[in-house]
Write a protein that binds this ligand. Structure first.
Ligand SMILES: NC(=O)c1ccc[n+]([C@@H]2O[C@H](COP(=O)([O-])OP(=O)(O)OC[C@H]3O[C@@H](n4cnc5c(N)ncnc54)[C@H](OP(=O)(O)O)[C@@H]3O)[C@@H](O)[C@H]2O)c1
Length: 258
């Protein structure tokens, strides 16, 4: 069966997904919801997607539908459409639980997924719950898929999608600081980004080593890594990250439909 993917909620995330899907699958039929007409027209012209006249047309054209509205809009969007048995909804609405999604999506199956913006370059670690063969094979086009064993684990791991954004804050601060000392902007940016890529690549290549052991090997007594780490720890630089993770987790756990 040819791949026909519909997207309801043509916003930021949809843009990343369309770019990544088109890159991975030149022949895939991608149909977009028409609300946010400017974004839909841009994606249609850049990536060869088709803009439907209404949401029901998206659903009628597709065997898999990605739901990428903001969380508070997700159940309402499902209420506007009639789904068929055998169809699959992949909801990316970060906070909306299966217990709300399932009755709204029936008789279609529904799963939750959390891709990141790096889906645009097919590099997104994407969370998935529950496992579903068709969802996995579609999302694998955008990067590695991590199927979580329970919805609670999915929610816990979902906090990392906020961490992904904070990483940019850390990168930006560090690149700016480097540049202010006289390093050309492009060099500062590349050095910072390649450093983080190197750290991530080594961690991925050395699965048998704990991340704290990779750090310990760098933090020689009297050295600069240890010096800076002590300042970060003393001033709450690392515990503030844990506070941020805790705060987002508490919000994701407590979310209830409006
Ligand atoms: N941005 C990311 O990188 C990212 C990553 C992981 C997960 N997510 C999740 O993805 C979802 C979308 O985030 P986003 O940043 O892409 O939001 P966004 O840019 O606001 O896009 C959502 C789009 O959905 C449209 N929409 C709302 N109700 C609709 C309906 N009934 N039918 C058709 N379209 C409808 C909105 O239109 P209006 O503006 O007119 O309401 C908007 O254009 C969120 O639930 C978020 O939790 C996002």
């Amino acid at each position: 069966m040819s791949e026909r993917v519909g997207i309801i909620g043509t916003g930021h995330l949809a843009g990343y997904l369309v770019e990544g899907l088109r890159r991975a699958a030149p022949e895939m039929e991608i149909v977009l919801s028409p609300r946010n007409a400017a974004k839909a027209a841009e994606l249609a012209s850049r990536f060869g997607a088709r803009v439907a006249r209404r949401n029901q047309e998206v659903v009628d054209s597709a065997n898999v539908v990605l739901l990428t509205t903001r969380p508070a809009q997700a159940i309402g969007a499902l209420g506007e459409i009639t789904l068929r048995p055998g169809q699959l909804i992949i909801s990316a609405a970060a906070t909306v639980r299966l217990q709300e999604l399932e009755p709204a999506a029936a008789p279609a199956a529904v799963v939750r997924a959390l891709p990141l913006s790096c889906a645009a370059i097919n590099a997104s670690p994407t969370l998935l719950y529950p496992d579903h063969e068709r969802a996995r094979s579609l999302l694998e086009r955008l990067g590695d898929v991590h199927n979580l064993a329970s919805e609670e684990a999915f929610v816990r791991a979902g906090v990392i999608t906020a961490f992904y954004g904070w990483v940019y804050a850390l990168l930006d601060e560090t690149a700016r600081w480097t540049e202010e000392g006289g390093v050309p902007r492009e060099a500062a940016r590349s050095i910072v980004l390649e450093t983080v890529r190197g750290a991530a690549s080594l961690g991925l290549a050395r699965q048998e080593e704990e991340l704290c052991d990779l750090l310990e090997a760098l933090a020689t007594p009297g050295g600069i890594t240890r010096q800076g780490l002590a300042i970060l720890r003393d001033r709450g630089g690392l515990s503030a990250w844990i506070d941020a993770l805790d705060a987002v987790y508490a919000r994701l756990r407590q979310w209830r439909p409006e």
